[in-house]
Design a protein around this ligand. Structure first.
Ligand code: MRU
Length: 361
């Protein structure tokens, strides 16, 4: 194992064994275990069960998954190949509904097949391999660029609050919301991080704290309900979160509890920054109301992580995995192409329409 989390990739393709290689995030922080997945059912289950998770990482895993399925397809006829490709694409797309990166990556892969309908199947498989590697390869550069922009918004010694895990484990390298902390660290800057534990699946406690502690970042774990207290005490200079889907109007869908952190930040005058690759921006969702919110099983709330059940049998449980933070609470959306500020319906559109890298500082 590498010395620390930045020493290995969260998602990789093992070409020799035709496998998707991931760190099993359900085992962290207790054990660092790698999984080598060759079957579509196992890749689907890995995404569904959060063995691989975080919007960018899910996209990379799905691209690799659909490529591996195509590689194993034994037919020379284009129409049969396309039908089988679409079958595995739809199967992987059904693993989780909210993070748009999943659909973005699968659509990119499908375009390779449909744009090359005149090519033979062996050539299409070769192009699919290149596309899966390109999606994975770009993630590192994209996260680094987000980190550079985000770093320009904070100063040495600042207190940062973050929710869920938008670090390296949510991408291939660096992550999004934690990228400025890692890049700052390379330059000798030190930040104090407050990590929301992030009920019910504890991505903050298990994953964010694991990553940051491995690098020696000063990290304080807080229960989600303590965010108001630390902000009231003036300990937080900025909130940085990742996200699963940004709507065209700048509404932001991220891990359940994010909107609460945004409301508290607004109350105490703390800037609330959302770090999002452009692959997370969904211009076809007009507002947060258009984003499908995943609901997960009740036992994640009542039993998982507890030595014994912590709620009466039969109690009703509501377990939405994501919430929407209204655009008015978002100070800026930090992308690899620059920093978008309100009005988002204008600035997000410009991020996609301009040819150069627009920066709205
Ligand atoms: O359910 P999860 O763990 O996949 O949710 C992940 C998040 O909400 C992250 O904040 C988000 O994907 C940001 S990814 C850099």
């Amino acid at each position: 194992m590498a010395d620390n989390i930045l020493g290995f990739d969260t998602v990789a393709i093992d070409e020799e064994n035709r496998a998707l290689v991931i760190i099993d995030q359900t085992k962290l922080p207790g054990r660092v275990e790698f999984l080598s997945l060759t079957k579509q059912e196992d890749i689907h289950r890995a995404i569904r069960s959060l063995q691989v998770r975080g919007a960018p990482a899910i996209g990379v895993a799905a691209a690799a998954g659909v490529y591996l399925a195509a590689l194993g397809t034994d037919c020379a006829d284009y129409d049969t190949f396309l039908a089988k490709f679409r079958e595995s694409k739809e199967y992987l797309a059904a693993s989780r509904p909210t993070a748009v990166n999943l659909f973005w990556a699968l659509d990119r892969m499908e375009r390779v097949v449909t744009d090359n309908s005149g090519a033979d199947v062996a050539e299409i498989k070769r192009l699919l391999r290149l596309e899966a590697l390109a999606i994975r390869g770009a993630d590192r550069a994209v996260c680094r660029a987000i980190g550079e922009y985000a770093l320009s918004l904070i100063r040495d010694g600042d207190g940062i609050l973050t929710h869920c895990n938008a670090g390296q484990l949510a991408a291939v390298r660096y992550g999004t919301a934690l990228a400025p902390i890692y890049i700052g660290l390379e330059r000798g800057l030190r930040f104090r991080v407050y990590a929301d534990e992030t009920r019910p699946l504890l991505q903050g406690a298990r994953l964010t704290c694991f990553e940051l502690a491995a690098l020696g970042v000063e990290t304080t774990l807080i229960c989600d309900g303590m965010a108001s207290s630390v902000m009231q005490k003036g300990l937080v200079d900025a909130v940085f979160v990742g996200c699963d889907r940004v709507a065209a109007n700048g509404d932001v869908c991220n891990k359940i509890g994010t909107s609460g952190a945004a409301i508290i930040a607004r109350h105490y005058g703390v800037p609330f920054y959302v770090c999002a690759p452009t692959s997370t921006i969904d211009m076809s969702s007009g507002s947060g109301a258009d984003i499908p919110i995943e609901e997960r099983p009740p036992d994640e709330v009542t039993e998982m992580w507890y030595r014994e059940r912590m709620a009466p049998e039969g109690i009703g449980v509501y377990n939405p995995a994501f919430d929407v933070t209204e655009n008015g609470l978002v100070t800026a959306v930090i992308t690899e192409r620059g920093i978008a500020r309100p009005p988002y319906s204008d600035t997000l559109r410009r991020i996609f329409s301009d040819s150069g890298a627009p920066v709205f500082l």
